[in-house]
Design a protein around this ligand. Structure first.
Ligand SMILES: [Fe+2]
Ligand SMILES: [Fe+2]
Length: 301
């Protein structure tokens, strides 16, 4: 846990990068490479796909990765701005820490959009994505604030896992994508600390019953995400068929859907729910809830 908002702000100010440093100009994708680490994409072992199609699927999954984060940012940015709005200007470090947090989320929207544009240009087609994003954001924000804050912390933690546990060990992935994972993870590391403080403040003003309801709300949100991930996997497989010009038989399509759904469950659910930082935060709210989340996470590995 950080000792203060001042410390959070100082750390955030030390991390400075611009979207233009990561993509555009001479910084282009290398479409001969995988984009996502295979620990997340889980395409390498699918023997009924040709090697070329495994590569295409990995890249399509990377496109979906960018799109999923854009969906997430759609509710994170207004949520953080709403949290910052009532903070007194006299509370300098706290206010500035949350405004910095919001500014970085706005930069992440720019980052993911720029990467998705560059992807579509290089890939030669615009891949389908679930939505509309405003409806997904509305569904998420209809839950208690503490549920949303827990989901945000989960995502900040999983982003760290994607780089520090996965990409850092996979040297063959596209350099641009590896850079995106690293730079996003560095800022999300700071957000996770602020989010843990936000959660502590929120919970401090709540009755235990309401905290438990919010934890239940968080679990409902992970189920909602699970359904959304399955819908996105179906679109990704349709894209693979289009891009490769090869139709899958119904048995292989079903098998591929199950394999890729599970890969997405690990990428977007299990890898966040199992992070010690996330579990420690839940434990401070309710020790039994930590055990329930650890049990649920076993289905998302
Ligand atoms: Fe972000
Ligand atoms: Fe964030």
């Amino acid at each position: 846990m950080p000792t203060s908002y001042h410390e959070c702000l100082q750390r955030a100010e030390r991390i400075t990068w611009r979207v233009e440093d990561l993509i555009g100009g001479d910084k282009a994708f290398d479409f001969s490479r995988r984009f996502l680490p295979d620990t997340l994409a889980r395409c390498a072992g699918i023997e009924f796909l040709r090697p070329r199609d495994r590569l295409l699927l990995n890249q399509i999954r990377a496109h979906a990765y960018l799109s999923m984060f854009l969906l997430v940012e759609e509710f994170v940015l207004p949520f953080v701005l709403d949290h910052a709005r009532p903070i007194s200007a006299e509370d300098h470090f706290r206010l500035r820490a949350y405004l910095e947090f919001a500014a970085e989320e706005a930069k992440h929207i720019h980052l993911f959009r720029s990467f998705r544009e560059a992807f579509s240009e290089g890939f030669g087609r615009r891949c389908m994505i679930i939505g509309p994003s405003s409806e997904i954001a509305r569904r998420v924000l209809s839950h208690p604030k503490l549920s949303v804050a827990l989901l945000m912390l989960h995502m900040e933690c999983m982003t760290q896992s994607h780089y520090f546990d996965c990409a850092v060990n996979d040297r063959d992935i596209d350099e641009r994508f590896s850079d995106l994972l690293l730079h996003h993870a560095l800022e999300e590391q700071q957000h996770a600390q602020l989010d843990a403080l936000m959660i502590e403040t929120m919970a401090g003003a709540m009755r235990q019953d309401d905290i438990d309801t919010a934890i239940q709300g968080y679990l409902e949100l992970t189920e909602f995400m699970d359904g959304a991930l399955l819908s996105q996997v179906r679109l990704d497989i349709a894209e693979l068929e289009e891009a490769s010009g090869r139709r899958l038989g119904s048995t292989h399509r079903e098998l591929l859907t199950n394999l890729q759904h599970q890969a997405c469950r690990w990428t977007f659910l299990g890898s966040g729910m199992r992070r010690p930082q996330f579990l420690a935060c839940v434990e401070r709210l309710n020790g039994r809830a930590r055990a329930a989340i650890e049990t649920r996470a076993t289905a998302y590995c």
